[in-house]
Design a protein around this ligand. Structure first.
Ligand SMILES: [Zn+2]
Length: 163
């Protein structure tokens, strides 16, 4: 008897995918989504942090420059530093919230490298645990996560606010 896989945010995404227009990171950067729907966890002047809608693990965050820029080399010194600093802050917020045993940080540049959004560069911050038993990338692209994205977002917003 297999356990049911429940990933409601993926269903929501599939239903909304056709309706999406423009760059989702820019929409979040501009605050176009209501706070209740936004996946943004923290904002800086030049960059911001949001939850990945397609997480590899619980608490999978993305740090993006607020300005729409496709080229990593096109970031200004200030933007590159802002993304780096928010990435470091993300390690702290995730560490205090989920107590991960390690992290992967990285840039997926180009579709062949796994980038879902290629027009707006972004840094992935992925917490990891030994064994990563919830990591199921092979099975129909379904990943089993113990916590809904919006609940994760609320926990990380609180952790960020208490820094
Ligand atoms: Zn954009």
């Amino acid at each position: 008897m297999t356990k049911p896989l429940w990933a409601p945010w993926r269903l929501e995404y599939i239903e909304q995918a056709d309706a999406d227009d423009g760059c989702v990171f820019c929409r979040e950067a501009l605050g176009e989504l209501p706070e209740s729907e936004s996946l943004v966890v923290a904002r800086g002047d030049l960059a911001f942090v949001l939850l990945n809608k397609f997480p590899y693990s619980s608490g999978h965050l993305i740090v993006a420059p607020s300005r729409h820029e496709a080229d990593l080399a096109g970031l200004t010194e200030e933007e590159a530093l802002a993304v780096h600093r928010l990435g470091v802050d993300a390690l702290d917020a995730l560490g205090r919230t989920y107590d991960p045993q390690g992290f992967n940080l990285g840039w997926n540049l180009g579709r062949a490298a796994g980038a879902g959004i290629t027009s707006h560069v972004h840094l992935h911050v992925v917490p990891r645990w030994g064994g990563d038993t919830n990591f199921m990338p092979v099975l129909a692209d379904v990943k089993v996560l113990p916590e809904h994205l919006l609940a994760t977002r609320d926990r990380l917003r609180s952790a960020w606010a208490s820094r």
